[in-house]
Design a protein around this ligand. Structure first.
Ligand code: MRU
Length: 365
């Protein structure tokens, strides 16, 4: 298998991200020196995907801290700075919960450390926060591999025809995470077991994460794959003996309703009509048990330029009125296969109880 693509390259004091707006034509890394650089890279979708947004944001803070060793007089001032920078990073994109989860956890830790008698110096607090942030990289890859294994096993257990063909939407692979991926990790795992007959990836209009990024990963991994337009999925499910749809999530809330890339909802409706199991693959860092239903999720609306042009070439009349919600909410009853987390696969109705009984879960309960 080919080496995994790296969306994020980090060494203490240095952070680079692959500029995903340039793919598939160019493969260029850009340097992020601080949280301001990261905020803009996230907003402009140079880095995107819920886990990658959070990891990049937090690592940019670690880099900023390591390059400003002497500028904090007290641990309280440092803790205040960390809290403010994290809040700022959360504001770049509102729908994915991962950055918010990381911000709450790290701000609280910084407050506790600054109040503790054990971590008395600014240096102590910086070291602990940096170490905590650096752990996010390895943890995300480990969680994704577990999601991949659990999801692949379940899809195979639920199917009676091997190898299997699956459909995915948007990009949930190495490019959207620290590595391996969530929904694409499940597909990668099926491929590793030689149980993947075919993966169909949607183009994912308007920003084409499917054709630009997922197709790129499928080719890179030499998986058997085909690109389809979003408007072809009903025909695809009618014609191609699809065993499962597996997608990622930006936020899964307590009742199992799931925010993910625009178009996920219609894919789930089509899957239900055709009796194809629909799975959401998401780490617990994408689960937000503080919100009770999908109606409470804030959906980001993006610039209409993403709809009216591709790489500067007009695809719609100038000044055409557009509506560009970046995400939609799939109601839990359409998630018929279940929600695959690093702790196991759960029915949407069991998610909250199952995660609550998991001591390692960070999902806000
Ligand atoms: O707008 P994007 O590209 O950040 O949207 C990404 C998605 O919707 C992904 O499915 C989700 O973040 C999960 S990535 C593992």
């Amino acid at each position: 298998m080919a080496n995994l693509l790296e969306a994020i390259k980090y060494q203490r004091g240095s952070l680079k991200i692959l500029d995903q707006t340039l793919l598939p034509e160019s493969f260029d890394y850009i340097t992020l020196k601080n949280t301001d650089d990261a905020w803009h890279a996230i907003k402009d979708m140079k880095v995107r995907g819920a886990p990658a947004i959070a990891i990049t944001g937090c690592l940019s803070l670690a880099v900023e801290l390591s390059n400003s060793q002497t500028s904090f007089q007290t641990t309280e001032k440092l803790s205040e700075f960390i809290g403010n920078r994290l809040k700022y990073l959360v504001s770049a994109r509102p729908t994915a919960v991962n950055m918010k989860e990381a911000a709450s956890r790290l701000s609280l830790l910084a407050e506790q450390l600054s109040a503790s008698e054990k971590t008395t110096t600014v240096h102590d607090v910086m070291d602990r926060i940096t170490a905590e942030i650096e752990e996010m990289l390895d943890k995300d890859i480990t969680d994704n591999k577990n999601i991949g294994r659990i999801g692949a096993e379940r899809i195979l257990a639920d199917s009676n025809n091997f190898p299997v063909s699956v459909v995915t939407h948007c990009n949930t692979g190495s490019l959207a995470t620290a590595g391996y991926g969530t929904a694409l990790g499940v597909i990668r795992s099926l491929h590793k077991k030689t149980m993947l007959k075919h993966v169909y990836c949607t183009e994912t209009r308007p920003y084409n994460q499917g054709s630009r990024l997922t197709a790129f990963e499928i080719k890179h991994e030499q998986m058997p794959g085909t690109l389809v337009c979003d408007s072809m999925v009903a025909m695809l499910m009618k014609e191609k003996n699809i065993a499962a749809v597996v997608v990622g999530a930006d936020r899964v809330v307590a009742n199992g309703d799931t925010a993910n890339k625009i178009g996920t909802y219609q894919l789930a409706i089509v899957a239900k009509y055709h009796g194809v199991p629909f799975y959401v693959a998401a780490p617990s860092t994408s689960c937000d048990m503080e919100l009770k239903s999908g109606a409470e999720i804030v959906i980001e609306e993006r610039n209409s330029k993403e709809m009216t042009s591709i790489k500067g070439v007009a695809t719609a009349p100038k000044d055409m009125s557009c509506w560009n919600p970046a995400f939609d909410i799939t109601p839990s009853e359409l998630i018929t296969g279940g929600i695959i987390t690093e702790f196991g696969l759960f029915k949407p109705s069991q998610l909250e109880t199952e995660l609550e009984s998991t001591p390692d879960c960070v999902c806000g309960h």
